[in-house]
Design a protein around this ligand. Structure first.
Ligand SMILES: O=P(O)(O)OC[C@H]1O[C@H](OP(=O)(O)OP(=O)(O)O)[C@H](O)[C@@H]1O
Ligand SMILES: O=c1cc[nH]c(=O)[nH]1
Ligand SMILES: [Mg+2]
Length: 210
């Protein structure tokens, strides 16, 4: 697939994802694994983050050194399942700003329905990382990025745990400029829009709602 997608195939990422796929994983371990995976994925996604030089004083002398400007970075979580990734990302970049988009999939049409939208100010000065564990039909991700582009951010990346060829194709068609970072591209969608083999309903598994 010649697409704007990065598969993070590090053994630690793949190992934890395998544990999450198991239907016997408890809510507790599913949530903990997602948190750990998000930290590992943050490492990859922030690889090209801009840095600035500052002067500090070590116990021995003054020196110039580099730091990231976390405030310029916004993590945008697609509710509700995005919360699971957001927590892990924030433990690695605690200074980042946070936005929320509330979206749910209409179970019949699989279109995304928006119920909440709250972003930090001055979005045109910020780099955005949108997080949601699942990129299935792509309707939610495309709708989220459509809304964010109205605010003119400097850049947008999309991070998910799992996707499928249909989801990548939908995102690349609607937003070819937005790279997708994922731990795996699974085989296909089923007739209800679920990823196969997948891991089931991410929101329900994170929050124990089924
Ligand atoms: O690519 P799509 O076909 O749009 O599917 C992906 C969306 O489905 C899930 O959310 P869901 O609608 O189940 O909402 P929830 O997070 O509140 O459970 C998931 O977290 C994505 O947001
Ligand atoms: O497989 C899927 C598809 C959409 N949303 C989920 O939570 N899981
Ligand atoms: Mg759900």
């Amino acid at each position: 697939m010649n697409a704007n997608v990065h598969v993070i195939d590090h053994p630690l990422v793949q190992h934890k994802l395998s544990l999450m796929r198991n239907k016997e994983a408890s809510t507790n371990s599913f949530r903990r694994l997602l948190n750990e995976l998000a930290m590992l994925m943050a490492y990859e996604v922030t690889r090209d983050m801009p840095m600035q030089e500052v002067e500090i004083e070590t116990p021995l002398e003054k020196t110039r050194t580099k730091v990231i400007d976390g405030k310029k970075l916004v993590f945008v979580s697609i509710l509700r399942a995005g919360t699971g990734i957001l927590d892990g990302m924030l433990s690695v970049v605690p200074g980042a700003r946070v936005g929320h988009i509330g979206l749910y999939r209409d179970p019949k049409t699989l279109t995304a329905v928006e119920y909440y939208f709250k972003m930090p100010d001055k979005m045109n000065e910020r780099d955005v990382v949108v997080v949601d564990p699942m990129l299935a039909t792509g309707n939610s991700a495309v709708a989220a990025v459509d809304r964010l582009k109205e605010l003119g951010p400097k850049s947008i990346k999309f991070v998910c745990l799992l996707t499928c060829p249909e989801g990548v194709a939908a995102m690349n068609k609607a937003h070819p400029d937005v790279p997708v970072y994922t731990a795996a591209i699974d085989r296909q969608l089923n007739e209800h829009g679920y990823i196969l083999p997948g891991l089931g309903d991410a929101g329900d598994r994170i929050f124990g709602t089924k």
